[in-house]
Ligand binder design. Structure first.
Ligand code: SF4
Length: 336
């Protein structure tokens, strides 16, 4: 039985990760949200810090927005932090701080989609619901030699059905975590280690030596390239910052003024360096300048002055924090 082999292997080989110490749904939730688009090694220090600062759903719900954003700073995909915070508020206000145990109720929490709801239901509440992420799609596609495009929702539904058949009658929590662990440690993207795999006897791609043909995924769009000038404007110990989040990126995090056309607001005193920042869907090519504001212009309503000495305690988008750190280091002004 595929589920039995998988669960036995997981129980013997699972990594000792802090969010596996209990079945607390809040810890599972935080770990799953942090692990989206982020490697486990990278997210672990953030997870530890987060759980010390916000050890339960109530502390998280009652935290100040700035503290939430600051704790997430550097982890990327910042909308996740705001949704986690909004979700914690809903659990406290709507459920008296007790996490709902039903899949449909869990899915109503802000920021929780099909995958996270299924992961929490199965891992924390032992419900036989399949959590289908990229790792799981890869394993199942290879086992079945499936030519279905894993970018399509229909494939995710198909894989979820298969998994729910496989896990029927077995421990849903260890089955779900076992499949995730197998995808992360053994059935890896470029080179699956099939000789270590507990389910190799069921795997059609292993039997036909065609592992590298799976999974099948339609090509994604290339990220768009955008060029801007970032202006560092410091006047009498105050730094000009921007709260313009109209592009929908990282709302709540401070920015330096970043514009396509600098002719209107700024006089560039010195062009300093260039910086490239890569998002999943776009690439920023940034020219960084030490500038001053033109005397005759009115400041944009998005901009404000903050004491330079307080810049460090603010949450920043990572691209601009790196730029500011580099600038301050070079100019010996202060550390950030
Ligand atoms: S046998 Fe190899 S390809 Fe098949 S599931 Fe295991 S690791 Fe993946």
């Amino acid at each position: 039985m595929i589920a039995k082999e998988l669960i036995d292997w997981y129980r013997k080989n699972k990594r000792d990760l802090p969010f596996r110490l209990s079945k607390d749904p809040y810890s599972v939730w935080v770990s799953e949200i942090m692990a989206q688009q982020t490697r486990i090694d990278t997210m672990l220090p953030y997870y530890d810090r987060w759980m010390k600062q916000f050890p339960d759903v109530r502390t998280c719900a009652e935290a100040d927005e700035n503290d939430i954003l600051k704790a997430w700073e550097g982890l990327g995909y910042y909308r996740r932090a705001k949704m986690l915070w909004a979700g914690a508020k809903l659990v406290v206000d709507g459920y008296g701080g007790v996490f709902p145990s039903n899949y449909d109720d869990i899915k109503k929490i802000p920021g929780i989609g099909d995958y996270t709801a299924a992961a929490i239901s199965s891992i924390a509440f032992d419900q036989p619901v399949a959590a289908v992420d990229g790792n799981v799609l890869r394993v199942v596609s290879r086992v079945l030699m499936s030519d279905r495009d894993i970018a399509k929702d229909a494939t995710k539904k198909y894989v979820a059905q298969i998994l729910e058949e496989w896990m029927a009658g077995f421990d849903p929590s260890d089955f779900t975590q076992g499949l995730m662990e197998l995808g992360a440690l053994v059935c890896k993207v470029p080179a699956p280690e099939c000789e270590k795999c507990p389910i190799s006897e069921y795997c059609l791609s292993y039997k036909t030596n065609s592992q590298s043909n799976y999974p099948v995924k339609s090509a994604s769009k290339k990220p768009a390239k955008e060029s801007y000038t970032v202006h560092i404007v410091i006047d009498k110990g105050y730094l000009l910052v921007s709260k313009d989040w109209t592009d929908g990126l990282m709302e709540g995090y401070l920015r330096l003024p970043q514009v396509e056309d600098d002719s209107h607001y700024f006089d560039i005193n010195e062009t300093l360096f260039t910086h490239k920042h890569v998002f999943s869907h776009k690439i920023w090519s940034l020219t960084v300048a030490r500038s001053s504001i033109r005397e005759d212009v009115e400041l944009s309503s998005y901009w404000k002055w903050i004491p330079l000495a307080e810049a460090d305690i603010q949450p920043w988008i990572s691209a601009h924090r790196k730029i500011l750190q580099k600038y301050l280091k070079k100019s010996d002004l202060a550390s950030l």
